[in-house]
Ligand binder design. Sequence first.
Ligand SMILES: C[C@](O)(CO)[C@H](O)COP(=O)(O)OP(=O)(O)OC[C@H]1O[C@@H](n2ccc(N)nc2=O)[C@H](O)[C@@H]1O
Ligand SMILES: Nc1ncnc2c1ncn2[C@@H]1O[C@H](COP(=O)(O)OP(=O)(O)OP(=O)(O)O)[C@@H](O)[C@H]1O
Length: 343
Amino acid sequence: MTVRAPAKVNLHLGVGPRRADGYHEVITALQAVSLYDELTVSTPPGAPGEARGPEEASAAAEGTPAVAATVEIAGEGTAAPGGAGAADDVSVVPTDADNLAVRAALLVAEAAGIRGARIHLALAKGIPVAAGMAGGSADAAAALVACDALWGAGLSAGTLARLAARLGSDVPFPLTGGTALGLGRGERLSPVASAGEYHWVFALADGGLSTPAVYREFDRIDDGRTEPTPADAVLAALTTADPAQLGAALVNDLQAPAIRLRPALGDVLAAGRGHGALGALVSGSGPTCAFLARDAEHGALLAAGLEASGLARAVRRATAPAAGATIVTAPPPSAIPPPAARS
Ligand SMILES: C[C@](O)(CO)[C@H](O)COP(=O)(O)OP(=O)(O)OC[C@H]1O[C@@H](n2ccc(N)nc2=O)[C@H](O)[C@@H]1O
Ligand SMILES: Nc1ncnc2c1ncn2[C@@H]1O[C@H](COP(=O)(O)OP(=O)(O)OP(=O)(O)O)[C@@H](O)[C@H]1O
């Protein structure tokens, strides 16, 4: 069962003061972009099938974890940039129970009353890690959809969205993709009208930025605000299909703190503007920088200019809005192993 889930860019990220629970109230307009992670969930050979009889079910119940998962990662995040021992390196994707896709599988099993499932998760990462593009969140969304389908759990879209919000503020969005307004800590979504197709160029950076660290840096400067800035200008621009209007309306309140933590990002943004980007901003909590191009042709020129500048680790082009988590290959029903024990 293979599911593809998209990265995101925040077209508007208005951040309010820190709440009592440690999160910040935000008003954000999110757009899914055509950079994807692909998650393949399979049942390892020799894994037990369904415990059909009551005796088997109760045997599975005793001390059996809901899910035992192995994880394999390819693509972005495969190698530890900080080398061996860099356990606190935010650019390293965990292969244990901390992996957001494993945590998502566990939530689906619990919600469906499944115990004793064994799965193998193969993640092909096309979304840079700890880059402000919600790669881990995309993997979690993909795992919710894949495990729901693999186990025939039949969870509703609303239930999957609730499970997603428990995993992270950014996780509900890649379930639906497209363009959406996010309120609360960013997890309360409503769809937004977006006309036309937008052409983005992303300058990837070496190493990641920690999202909590960027929010903490935001807190260091108390500008006296009591609520996040509204997204009206971006929402209006999205209805015009005019990239120049959208480019002029882009806002990210985490940009200044991200640049304070990583001053070189200012040079990357300036380089993109120098190549005629209609809009330039740090993506989410960074350090990826996002540039809006006039059209596909301008996107290619902008990407070439950024590559030649030597300021980016890599440059990627994408179109938006992109679709949310989608099953790309499902095994024939006869090849799907029966679910593990259900309580
Ligand atoms: C920067 C964004 O990517 C913009 O969409 C998101 O706000 C981050 O969402 P996320 O990575 O899913 O973050 P979560 O896993 O929910 O939270 C991680 C940490 O980020 C900080 N955090 C996150 C979201 C939010 N609205 N306020 C926060 O202060 C908190 O320190 C929190 O402990
Ligand atoms: N499947 C996963 N893929 C990537 N990172 C993961 C995954 N599971 C857990 N993580 C951890 O999550 C952290 C954030 O990674 P992620 O790529 O989601 O960052 P991000 O794009 O900056 O997130 P956001 O934009 O939601 O703030 C990493 O430090 C990594 O250790």
